[in-house]
Design a protein. Structure first.
Length: 398
């Protein structure tokens, strides 16, 4: 059975690369029932939306690097979009309009223009941050919603949504959790990258509104020097104090030397450590001194289920960002059931109740903002566990 599913999906992915559309079934499908139960994104159509018209497919532009240095990454995301269409099985057909950005800055804008000319009423992508500004310039006038894969809020505007995980939002969530645990002082060490800068900016804002003192904040450009790391860690921990916390928004691969440095200066003690979703791929429970570590991010059980289904369908693991592409295509396809002949450009995606994706609940606002609810995940009894689940509802939702 699974082998047949894999072959179907592989064939579908190949067809989608040529712009073919997916098969659809009636409204009573299993996929739709799962959607209403919250396992997939949900959407409440307006009462006057009318019945969907099966003869007018919704076309979703997908801007990916299908050639060049990032071609394998682009194909990985295209497969995720194919899986989304396979899972929809809704009454009104949806089809992808994949366009090659070539992984270069000017390629994304040209791809967006081509996708709109081909009838795309929503744009998903680009996959690489360098192409975002070009897509916004090229496609805004079309009226099609632009669903950027990255979380760079500087590009947000009415109709332009930065759908990736913004470090500022995850930082707010983990700082809020720490505050409720009685933390009054936080020190921070971050990578000297745009991501690290955004995380520290988020820390300053979240701490100020919760009465938390940011005792010390700085960057580490080299995690390979044990002596210098030890000195930096000692300074940060001392500034935070015995009941404080240390914020470490590093990617997973950079955590082990930092963990060893913390263990060396705390003699095996476990200070409270705070992180973001990039910790998800590392074995936190095996790291020394991470016994009280927590991070904000998507629920790992939901994302693990997506990874299993993707692996079974395509024979390889999904790339980072594949689940977001999956969620965006599902949202656009499902919203298209009631969008009418004018497409998603005339459709309000900013429903108060939001959507529930495999990477957690999210909601779009009229000014282009994207609000996401995150889980708090941590090490408990020697293993990774959800300490606080992501709230399913949003403030103000009836």
């Amino acid at each position: 059975m699974m082998g047949r599913r894999a072959s179907i999906l592989a064939a579908l992915a190949a067809a989608l690369a040529l712009g073919a559309c997916a098969e659809t079934t009636g409204e009573g499908s299993v996929a739709e029932r799962r959607w209403s139960e919250g396992r997939l994104p949900r959407y409440a159509a307006p009462a006057d939306a009318g019945a969907p018209r099966a003869g007018t497919p919704i076309r979703i532009g997908l801007l990916l690097p299908l050639t060049g240095d990032y071609a394998d990454y682009g194909q990985n995301l295209l497969d995720a979009a194919a899986l989304a269409l396979f899972d929809q099985n809704l009454a009104r057909p949806a089809e992808l309009v994949p366009r090659d950005t070539r992984g270069v800055p000017d390629g994304a804008g040209a791809a967006a223009v081509d996708a709109v000319a081909a009838g795309a009423s929503a744009i998903v992508g680009p996959a690489l941050a360098i192409g975002g500004p070009g897509v916004v310039r090229a496609a805004t006038a079309s009226g099609a919603p632009i669903l950027l894969l990255r979380g760079d809020r500087r590009l947000s505007a009415p109709g332009v949504f930065a759908m990736g995980h913004a470090p500022e939002a995850m930082t707010t969530r983990v700082v809020d959790y720490a505050s409720r645990q009685g933390v009054l002082r936080i020190s921070a060490l971050a990578p000297q990258t745009a991501y690290g800068e955004a995380a520290l900016a988020g820390l300053q804002g979240a701490a100020a509104t919760r009465g938390i003192v940011v005792a010390q904040a700085g960057y580490i450009s080299d995690t390979g020097s044990p002596d210098s790391l030890a000195a930096i860690v000692v300074s940060a921990l001392n500034a935070a104090g015995p009941n404080g916390a240390l914020f470490l928004p590093f990617p997973a691969e950079q955590l082990p030397p930092i963990a060893r440095a913390i263990a060396a200066v705390t003699q095996g003690g476990a200070p409270m450590l705070l992180g973001l979703d990039r910790w998800e791929s590392v074995g936190l429970a095996s790291l020394p001194s991470f016994g009280r570590a927590v991070y904000a991010g998507p629920d790992p059980a939901a994302t693990a289920d997506f990874r299993r289904r993707y692996q079974a369908a395509f024979g390889r693991a999904p790339a980072r960002g594949a689940a977001i592409v999956y969620d965006m295509v599902l949202m656009a396809g499902y919203a298209g059931q009631s969008a009418g002949a004018k497409g998603l450009g005339a459709y309000d995606l900013t429903t108060a109740q939001g959507f529930r994706g495999v990477e957690g609940p999210f909601r779009l606002s009229r000014d282009g903002g994207v609000e996401r609810n995150y889980a708090i995940v941590g090490v408990r009894d020697g293993r990774l566990a959800v300490v606080e689940p992501a709230p399913l509802n949003f403030e103000g939702e009836g």
